[in-house]
Design a protein around this ligand. Structure first.
Ligand code: BGC
Length: 761
């Protein structure tokens, strides 16, 4: 097991937080006096500012705009800062925020150079307002050379380990700050209900409760001061709201979400993260119900500001003000788009590659299309955040006060998280773990390909650059290290879409009984990751067929950002591991699991579909589940939400609730005993569901209400206690309001269940 990291203390639970009601009540509450100070300081500066200076603060440009080159699309290489552009952007325009990297990752020295330049030019401005730098450090500081890379969010969710996820966020905040940056565009709180969506892997999966718990715990950890009292980073919740549910499954295409679903499925992760103190939020590039979110007063004001009481900064996504006229066609000019977005509630525009936004913003104010009150509101928020992050006091030298990046401790954490994120979906006849003496053939497009472990947002946007991370072992190399060079035969040459001849495939497996296939996807994010078909490529499935027909034991490891379907070949596999995108330590984690040095404990945070064109989430409705009359036509996924096997066995017993009947203000106390009846120690996540037997809005067949991760030695048992407020059984009713309807409910864990009644009194 992962002894090096203190797993026993680092377990997951959602017991701290979840609860739509409690959080909505709590949100409205007080700010501490300490928080008032930054606002007062911000107000004092705001009082001094000209319209032009204010417009500058609301502008965010990409780093290309201050680098040397013919223009921002044709940069000089190696990259160098351009003093003329720096002066124009920072001094003349007074731009308040910069983001991104110019297509490659920076070393700490390069980041230092950037910070020093931004500081030097800021000091030449009248009010010396610091620049806020934003970065997508979504699985570690993935744009800083040498920083530890962790699993992507879909894997974090599979680990169900809230404590370790928070530790990862703490380390990431440190590494981002050590790079001189203070704003992290993370976490993604989109709820992934459509597996074709190319950003599926950037999410915590399909369940809003899981996304709420893990997301808010990440937010707190990002924003918390370091152990030495240095400021953390500002988190940025993405992408508010409904982005993950595009009807077509294609990136940035329309979503149609009834208000009830919006409130029940898509808003809760944002609500809980706001309650946890999230300082910024990025807006969904797409449209919901025909309205681009960047233009929606309902979503940006009524819900975000008035209901969720969000006090921080709203930032657009990439070019999304321009997109209001170029792509969404709701206005016919850029200038009108600026007025629409700012009046809808946008505080800062991620422009990011032109200077027109600032210009049009000023013109719109002068012409009365945008009020000065509206501008002041945004600028006050931006300046307040800069004070809160300590940027006014910050000098580039402060970065070196943070811990050094890439520590051994962070690498151990990355390995532990990667290990706990691997989901053993199938293990017929104990095909795994491999016997220490058995010789294996390793092949498949992802066997010896480091990028397949990390996915997008890894050193580059698409994560395809192969010049980084050469010291990190691929799956093949890790297997060679752990299982032994002499027992691992590698067959290169099979890609996602083409294979060697069947003869060559079989010749390589001569005298070898077991074949380990590393299948899945190449890396992608956003639009480039759009697909027309969810089915795993034919060539990859052919490998399964060829080896099974030849009588081999076929072990499949899926490195993929979304569940690619393979129903016709799944039955031919002896063992299947969903490895997702486990990060730099993924190769070692996978090899450890294959060889039995680690016991798998991941659970699927999504439903793995059987068919490429038919998908339901686990919380589907009664009319959608499998039934005897229409047998194959109902809910029948390849692997259910929460699936995940182990090399040991767990038995549940004595599931009890403290009462049979509860009132609306009660808390249900559940106990269940879990025993490890196998002979290997292991981590195990218990998932607690509820079922509303009858409700005025058709109830889901089940809803996840709580989870708890425990560690059990062989022969050991533990009583897991869960306290579930009755209010957590609420749903959004016909009036679009949350409420619990009294009546009969079933609570369940594993195969055990208890019936309870909820009464009004
Ligand atoms: C993505 C965001 C990201 C931003 C800045 C956009 O294209 O949608 O998730 O934070 O770029 O890199």
């Amino acid at each position: 097991m992962d002894r090096s990291y203190t797993i026993r203390k680092k377990l997951g639970s959602n017991q701290i937080i979840w609860g739509v009601f409690t959080l909505l009540l709590a949100i409205s509450s007080c700010k501490s006096a300490k928080d008032k100070l930054p606002e007062e300081r911000a107000q004092a500066i705001l009082n001094e500012m000209s319209l032009e200076e204010k417009a500058g603060q609301m502008t965010q440009l990409s780093i290309e705009m201050i680098l040397q080159g013919k223009d921002q699309f044709n940069l000089t290489k190696p990259h160098a800062l351009d003093t003329v552009r720096l002066r124009k952007v920072l001094v003349e325009m007074g731009v308040g925020s910069i983001l991104n990297v110019p297509g490659n990752t920076f070393t700490l020295a390069q980041w230092k150079e950037v910070s020093e330049a931004l500081h030097a030019y800021r000091m030449q401005t009248r009010l010396q307002i610091p620049v806020l730098y934003g970065i997508d450090a979504i699985h570690g500081a993935n744009y800083t050379v040498g920083a530890t890379l962790y699993p992507q969010q879909i894997n974090l969710a599979a680990s169900f380990n809230t404590d370790m996820i928070a530790d990862m966020a703490t380390n990431t905040a440190n590494d981002v700050r050590a790079s001189g940056l203070a704003w992290n565009f993370s976490p993604v709180l989109d709820v992934a209900r459509n597996p074709r969506w190319p950003r599926f892997w950037e999410t915590f999966g399909e369940d809003p409760m899981v996304a709420s718990c893990l997301g808010s715990s990440m937010v707190k950890a990002y924003q918390m001061p370091s152990k030495n009292g240095l400021p953390g980073v500002a988190a940025c919740l993405k992408h508010y709201v409904g982005y993950g549910d595009a009807r077509s499954g294609m990136d940035r295409t329309p979503a149609y979400i009834p208000e009830r679903q919006l409130r029940e499925i898509f808003l809760p992760p944002f609500a809980q993260a706001i309650e946890a103190g999230a300082q910024t939020i990025m807006i969904n590039s797409g449209e919901v119900n025909g309205e681009p979110v960047h233009a929606s007063k309902f979503l940006l004001q009524t819900i975000l500001r008035e209901e969720l009481k969000f006090k921080g900064i709203t930032v657009t996504d990439w070019e999304d003000i321009k997109n209001l006229y170029e792509r969404h066609k709701i206005v016919s000019t850029y200038k009108e788009a600026v007025a629409v977005a700012i009046n809808a509630g946008i505080d800062m525009a991620m422009v990011p590659l032109d200077t027109l936004f600032t210009h049009y913003l000023i013109e719109n104010v002068k012409e009365g299309n945008i009020s000065m009150t509206r501008i002041n509101q945004s600028v006050l928020r931006i300046l307040t955040l800069k004070f809160k992050l300590g940027l006014f006091e910050h000098s580039p030298a402060n970065s070196s006060k943070y811990d050094s990046i890439g520590s051994d401790q962070s690498k151990e954490l990355s390995l532990a998280l990667a290990t706990q994120s691997l989901v053993l979906l199938k293990n017929s006849n104990q095909a795994l773990p491999l016997s220490p003496t058995e010789k294996i053939l390793v092949t498949g497009a992802n066997a010896h390909y480091i990028n397949a472990l990390n996915g997008g947002w890894t050193h580059t946007w698409q994560g395809r650059d192969t010049t980084y991370n050469s010291e990190v072992p691929t799956c093949l190399e890790a297997l060679q290290n752990i299982h032994g060079m002499d027992k691992v035969v590698y067959l290169p040459g099979n890609t996602y879409d083409t294979n060697l001849s069947d003869e060559a495939l079989l010749a390589a497996a001569k005298n070898i009984a077991s074949v380990v296939l590393f299948l899945g996807e190449d890396t992608y994010t956003e639009k480039p990751g759009d697909i027309l078909d969810l089915e795993l490529s034919a060539a990859q499935q052919h490998l399964i067929k060829v080896y099974k027909q030849a009588g081999k034991k076929v072990i499949v490891v899926l490195l993929e950002g979304r569940p690619r379907t393979f129903a016709n070949t799944e039955s031919l596999c002896d063992a299947i591991i969903f490895a997702g995108l486990p990060g730099d330590a993924g190769g070692t984690a996978i090899a450890n699991v294959l060889c039995g040095l680690s016991n798998p404990s991941g659970k699927l945070p999504f439903t793995y579909p059987r068919y490429s064109s038919f998908h339901l989430t686990y919380d589907c409705k009664y009319t959608e589940v499998l039934n005897k009359d229409f047998k194959p036509l109902g809910f029948n996924p390849l692997f259910e939400f929460g699936s995940g096997l182990s090399y040991t066995g767990y038995v549940y017993s004595n599931f009890t609730c403290d009462k049979e009947s509860y009132t609306l203000s009660d808390t249900i106390k559940m106990n269940v005993t879990i025993s490890n009846i196998g002979n290997m120690e292991g981590l195990h996540t218990a998932l607690f569901y509820s079922k509303d037997e009858v409700a005025s809005i058709t109830p889901s067949v089940k809803k996840l209400r709580a989870f708890r991760k425990i560690f059990l030695r062989p022969g050991a048992s533990e009583i897991v206690s869960i306290e579930l407020p009755v209010q957590h059984l609420a749903f959004v009713g016909l009036s679009n309001k949350w409420g619990v309807e009294p009546g009969s409910f079933k609570l369940s864990v594993d195969t055990l269940s208890q019936n309870i009644t909820i009464t009004n009194q």
